[in-house]
Ligand binder design. Sequence first.
Ligand SMILES: *[C@@H]1O[C@H](CO)[C@@H](O)[C@H](O)[C@H]1NC(C)=O
Ligand SMILES: *[C@@H]1O[C@H](CO)[C@@H](O)[C@H](O)[C@H]1NC(C)=O
Ligand SMILES: *[C@@H]1O[C@H](CO)[C@@H](O)[C@H](O)[C@H]1NC(C)=O
Ligand SMILES: [Zn+2]
Length: 457
Amino acid sequence: MQHLVISAEILLTDSCLSQGYLGTFGSQSLYLPSTECVVNGATDVNIDIGSLVGVPDDTTTLYWVSDASLEDDLLSALKPANPWEYIDSSLSNGVPIDDGQQILEDFCAPVLYRTSTSSLFALRGRSSEYIALESTLAPYHKGYAISFPPTPLVPVPEDDIARVGSILKSLKYNESIASLVDIISIPQMNKDVTWLTGEAPESSIESRHSFHPDARKAASWIAEQIESTGATCELRPFLPGFTPNVICRYSGTDGSDSLVLLSAHYDSRGSFGSTRAPGGDDDGSGTTAILAIARSIGKSGISFKSNVELCLFGGEEQGLLGSKAYARDLRDADANITLMIQADMLAYHKPGEPPQLGLPDIIGTPEVAQLVAKISAFYSPELEVGFTPACCSDHQSFHEQGFASTQVFERAGPIADPMYHNSGDISNRTGYDFRQLKSIAKVQFATLLHAAGFNEP
Ligand SMILES: *[C@@H]1O[C@H](CO)[C@@H](O)[C@H](O)[C@H]1NC(C)=O
Ligand SMILES: *[C@@H]1O[C@H](CO)[C@@H](O)[C@H](O)[C@H]1NC(C)=O
Ligand SMILES: *[C@@H]1O[C@H](CO)[C@@H](O)[C@H](O)[C@H]1NC(C)=O
Ligand SMILES: [Zn+2]
């Protein structure tokens, strides 16, 4: 039996424990160290920093469930007194799941670790098990499928941080950039997001859940839209059964291999018992921002000096699975990434609050967040910028592979959207603010223009 260490600390040292790093989920980090590291005490770190948990030998995947970073009032409204009762009873009663190949009758995933805000399950590695577990999650839960073997955390190299630092240092307000980012059109964003959610009469999208056929339809549509702006797009599968990643590229004119990457996730989650998963905010808003940037690139006729990729990931809701696969591919290819920015939930704020921009307080490269904050003050001064604990979207996959990255989010605070992970997450509702969505998309686009450099037509 192997042992898992669950700790509040992210170990960056080159210890035997950090070699077994599985990832950070909510406020906890998981490590699966080698047997020698744990048993023989041949460890250079104190095991006391966390809980030690045994993992059954037939486990192929761990499934971590924790509370998302929600506003207190929202969390207490959603969370029952016994938060695990429902999940446990449905698991022990066996959930009949049709995964398209066979019915799994007696699904059972042992619980390895539990607190009031988190639970760890041992899976034997079939996509149907993810569906079984995920379908039992409450809306305030975030689930992460964690595959073996661990990939040790790669720190972002000093040179890469210095490169972002030098962009930051020479940053000046640029008139051309101000007019380019203002091409972004709210009526067009409305059209795009309502196609993605199925709110538009001409859209037949019911759900963009990773396993739903309509998610594939959405992937092809997104690729088509972005290709029409001059990019080359590819649908890249990463795991059987999951809707693919959409990777679109504009080749740079300076002949270097440097790359600037903007992303969002286009998969979504709905409510228990409903097949609708419109994902208008999570993350139809981020997807729409990426589409708006692509459309503006196409309309303006600019080209970039550096290579640029716009990526729409699948499998985010099952544990950042699409971005994990792509970040690993880019690390294997020794990609020269200047920076990457993930957009996840951009449109909602509490009614009465000013428009905001949230940047992650733990996961990511502080220099990239600083750059985004400064660019926001130039081109979208109406945004109130601050930190958010709503961490852990797809930028985390890049962060863990040592790429300079950050995230943009809709609030300078925790998640306040009452339709989070809910089948009611449409765009036509109180608190869904297209002006904020445009303001944040302008910041993403301006950061891209500053970081990649561009040639006017
Ligand atoms: C704005 O940026 C573009 C692209 O880097 C550059 O060609 C142009 O000179 C800049 N404009 C000003 C006023 O600095
Ligand atoms: C990466 O790109 C930068 C330009 O942004 C360039 O200066 C550097 O030489 C490149 N690094 C490698 C290893 O090619
Ligand atoms: C938005 O919803 C309201 C009802 O809540 C409806 O009257 C209105 O027509 C909807 N707008 C659009 C553009 O669908
Ligand atoms: Zn999301």
